[in-house]
Structures are given as structure tokens and as C-alpha cells.
Design a protein around this ligand. Structure first.
Ligand SMILES: NC(=O)C[C@H]([NH3+])C(=O)NS(=O)(=O)OC[C@H]1O[C@@H](n2cnc3c(N)ncnc32)[C@H](O)[C@@H]1O
Ligand SMILES: [Mg+2]
Length: 431
């Protein structure tokens, strides 16, 4: 029995007979030789079938094979400098598991709607596979970063009784006869957790009934949200830049092959190290004016503004001190300039826009109660949240990093629908 290996393990089995279980990615012939590109999810290897070196039965099997047929190949692994993998297999046996008839995604160009309708198959293609591999790396690095710094994972609930990020983008559901809402952000619960553990993070899907059909918006997206007791805005911004730098440098170290598949220019990624430029909202408005944008002072920045702002810098930029009027109820105001909230957004360069939103939280009971009332929120839904300001309240801050927008930037992918396995958009929840 030959060892069954993952293609990515080839280096450990050079000049040995091995078995690989996978699918036919592509095939070409040259007379009495067949070149099978076999993928197993870890990599792709060229398997060479020479008519004179195998039984007629094995060679005839190659005549039956089609794109994405599942098969088990056995043969000798030999070094080959021409192969991106560095190895190829000289086949001695083939077992066909299933012939794939009329696999719909062919090598020709397909429209995006067709590809999205076949997302469950499209994720097998080289580019999509590379993007999702990098997504995995980003999530792994993010968890590693927090685990190495003594953060405790305390996941927030998905069903919630309240709105965290405004009441206009809530998904409402019936919860045994009472209304409940799919979480927009795990933050409020992370604040409770940080009073118990000091420094926490939560990581999960979050939901926004956004009526936006932009390349940056999903209705279900994944967010990782740290929260730290005794942190202020400055601490928050420093944690954010260290966090993003760690993620980017880890991807550069571990996912070169995938970045090459995506033909990603990594210059700006190489440059993503602390410190990041940090500018006040007022400075950001000046930059927009310099670019001839007639920006209404006091507004939030839109996608186009964020693109202009992010293209001013050769690494992510943090904008802080947004007008309090346009920000969430929980944000603390700057005592020196109370018209501004102690908020920050991180914009990725190259026009990818906002990847992080965060702030220092209001820690005074009466002030927070006043904000809840000003925002016409139901006080009883926030009694627990107000308790955090009754029993040992402390300054604290945190942020949320959107996984999909971060994947889009790092992989150089224009639309977030290609950065999540099964995207949920304004007009799509299939497959
Ligand atoms: N713990 C916190 O302080 C997080 C805070 N409560 C929060 O939710 N901020 S945020 O609304 O700016 O969203 C944070 C990030 O979440 C991402 N985000 C936010 N909304 C979306 C949509 N609709 N689609 C994809 N990604 C989205 C984007 O990167 C934002 O910067
Ligand atoms: Mg935001």
C-alpha cells in the first residue's frame, strides 16, 4: 500500500511511489503521453501518463477523464524545476472515482452572475481557491495575534434584543413571539467581557440590512472585534496598526504562492508596518478640498472620499475624531473638543476604503443614558449595558476589523463577493 499524501507534502516523498486522491483540474495530450493536472485542495501537480509505461487499461482510462472528474492516481514523485510545485508524478495506476459530466465552469470566460450562481463550484478554481486560502491565513493570523497577547476569546451572541450600529440596518426575526435582531456587531457584549477578562476579542458573522449595492458591502460579513479595559483612543489606534501589520506580514510570509497566483503587487503590503499615518477629521476634509471635492463639513466620508483619502498614503491611514453627531451612541466625546467623538476608522490604501471602525466608549452612566435617549433607543434593552457603567466603570476602547474588506485589500480583489465562501448580498442568498 503506497502512502496516501497531500500534494503539498510532495517534498517529503521525492523519488517515492505515492497515491494522491483528488480531481482532474485540466488535461492535455501529446501523442502517446497524457498530462493530467490533478488538484487535491492543497496544490496542483502534473501527472504524466506514458502509454508505453502503463497497462492499456490505465491508458484507456485517461480517454474517459473530464474536467473535475474525481480520481486516485498512484506513481513516482520526481523533482521537476519546470513545475511551480517543483515536482511531478510519473503515473503507474489510475482509479476513476466519478466521471464529471459537463462540468459547467469551463476555461472560457463566464459572466459574474453565472459564476455567482455556481459559487459552490467556482471556489475550486485557482484564483478563488487562492483568495480563500489567504482568507484562512488572515483569520489564523488574527487569532494568533490576540492569543499571543493574552486576549481571551469571548464570543458574542448572534440573536440580540438591541441595535448596536443604528436601527436602519437591522435584520429582525421572531424569537418565540418577541422581536430579536441578528447582531450588527459583537462590541457591546465584548465590553461586558472585557470588564471580566481585561482584554478580549470576539469573532463571528455580523449582519447589516444594507441597501447598498457597492463592492464593499455584504449583508452578512465576518468581523473580529477586540475590546480592552483601561484603553483610550490612542491605545486603540496603536493596537489596530500593530494588528493589521501583523496580519499583512504573516500573509506575505506564508502565502507567497497564492499572492503570485493572484498577480498581486506586494510593494504596498511590504510597506505595511507601524506607525501608520494618523489624521484628524479636519485634516481629512482639507485633503478632500485640495482634491476639489465639495465636501459638506460634518458629513461622514463616502466610498469615493475614502478612495481619495486612502490614495494619499502608501500604507493604511487612520482617521480619528469624527463629528459626534454622525457617530454611534456609545462613543465617548473628546472632553477638549466635545463636538468630536473619540472615534477612528482605518482606511486601506489603493482605494480599498474602510477596513476598521472603532472608538473609545462612553464610560459615564449618566452621559451614556443621555445618549441612549438622544438616539431614541429603548432604555430597557440597554439596562445590562448601563450596568457596566454602574459597577466598576473604566475607560475602555476597541474596534472591529471587517474580514472580507481586509481580504479584498490584501489579495487585490475588487469586490467583496469574492472574499467570502458564500456571499450574501442585497439580491443574493443563493447558493
Ligand atoms: N467593535 C467595534 O468597535 C466595531 C463597531 N461596533 C462597528 O461595527 N464598526 S463599523 O460599523 O464601522 O464596522 C466595522 C468594520 O466592519 C466592516 N463592515 C461594516 N459593514 C460592512 C458591510 N456591510 N459589509 C462588509 N464589511 C462591513 C468594515 O470593515 C468596518 O470597518
Ligand atoms: Mg465604520
Amino acid at each position: 500500500m503506497k502512502p496516501v499524501i497531500r500534494i503539498s507534502q510532495s517534498a517529503q516523498y521525492e523519488n517515492q511511489e505515492v497515491t494522491i486522491k483528488g480531481w482532474l483540474y485540466n488535461m492535455r495530450s501529446s501523442g502517446k503521453v497524457r498530462f493530467l493536472l490533478v488538484r487535491d485542495g492543497s496544490a496542483i501537480i502534473q501527472c504524466v501518463v506514458v502509454k508505453s509505461e502503463v497497462s492499456d487499461e490505465v491508458f484507456e482510462k485517461t480517454e474517459l477523464l473530464t474536467q473535475e472528474s474525481s480520481l486516485i492516481v498512484t506513481g513516482k514523485l520526481v523533482a521537476d524545476k519546470r513545475s511551480p510545485l517543483g515536482y511531478e508524478m510519473h503515473v503507474s495506476d489510475i482509479e476513476i472515482v466519478q466521471i464529471a459530466k459537463d462540468y459547467p465552469i469551463t476555461k472560457k470566460e463566464h459572466g459574474i452572475d453565472f459564476l455567482m450562481d455556481h459559487r459552490h463550484l467556482w471556489i475550486r478554481s485557482k484564483r478563488q481557491h487562492a483568495i480563500l486560502r489567504i482568507r484562512h491565513e488572515i483569520i489564523n493570523a488574527a487569532r494568533q495575534f490576540f492569543n499571543e497577547r493574552d486576549f481571551v476569546l469571548v464570543d458574542s451572541p448572534i440573536f440580540t434584543p438591541n441595535a448596536a450600529e443604528g436601527t436602519t440596518t437591522l435584520f429582525k426575526t421572531d424569537y418565540f413571539g418577541s422581536p430579536a435582531y441578528l447582531t450588527q456587531s459583537g462590541q457591546l457584549y465584548a465590553e461586558a467581557a472585557c470588564m471580566a477578562f481585561g482584554r478580549v476579542y470576539c469573532f463571528g458573522p455580523t449582519f447589516r440590512a444594507e441597501k447598498s449595492k457597492t463592492r464593499r458591502h455584504l449583508t452578512e460579513f465576518w468581523m473580529i472585534e477586540p475590546e480592552v479595559a483601561y484603553f483610550d483612543l490612542q491605545d486603540d489606534m496603536q493596537l489596530a496598526e500593530e494588528f493589521v501589520s501583523y496580519i499583512v506580514q504573516t500573509v506575505l510570509k506564508n502565502r507567497r504562492a497564492e499572492l503570485e497566483t493572484l498577480e498581486r503587487d506586494t510593494k504596498i503590503l511590504e510597506n505595511t508596518v507601524p506607525p501608520f499615518p494618523k489624521i484628524h477629521y479636519n485634516e481629512a476634509v482639507e485633503i478632500l478640498k485640495k482634491h476639489g471635492v465639495d465636501f459638506p463639513y460634518g458629513d461622514d466620508f463616502g466610498g469615493a472620499d475614502e478612495t481619495i483619502l486612502s490614495e494619499e498614503f502608501d500604507k493604511p491611514v487612520i482617521i480619528h475624531h469624527y463629528p459626534a453627531e454622525i457617530k454611534a451612541f456609545y462613543m465617548k466625546r473628546d472632553p477638549q473638543e466635545p463636538q468630536f467623538a473619540l472615534a477612528m476608522d482605518m482606511l486601506a490604501p489603493e482605494g480599498y476604503g474602510e477596513i476598521i471602525g472603532g472608538s473609545q466608549r462612553e464610560d459615564d452612566y449618566d452621559t451614556l443614558l443621555q445618549r441612549i435617549r438622544e438616539h431614541n433607543l429603548d432604555e430597557k434593552d440597554f439596562e445590562w449595558y448601563l450596568d457596566l457603567r454602574k459597577y466598576g466603570s473604566v475607560p475602555h476602547a476597541g474596534f472591529g476589523l471587517g474580514i472580507e474588506r481586509t481580504v479584498a485589500w490584501i489579495t487585490g480583489t475588487k469586490h467583496v463577493r469574492e472574499t467570502i465562501p458564500f456571499p450574501r448580498l442585497l439580491q443574493r442568498i443563493y447558493p
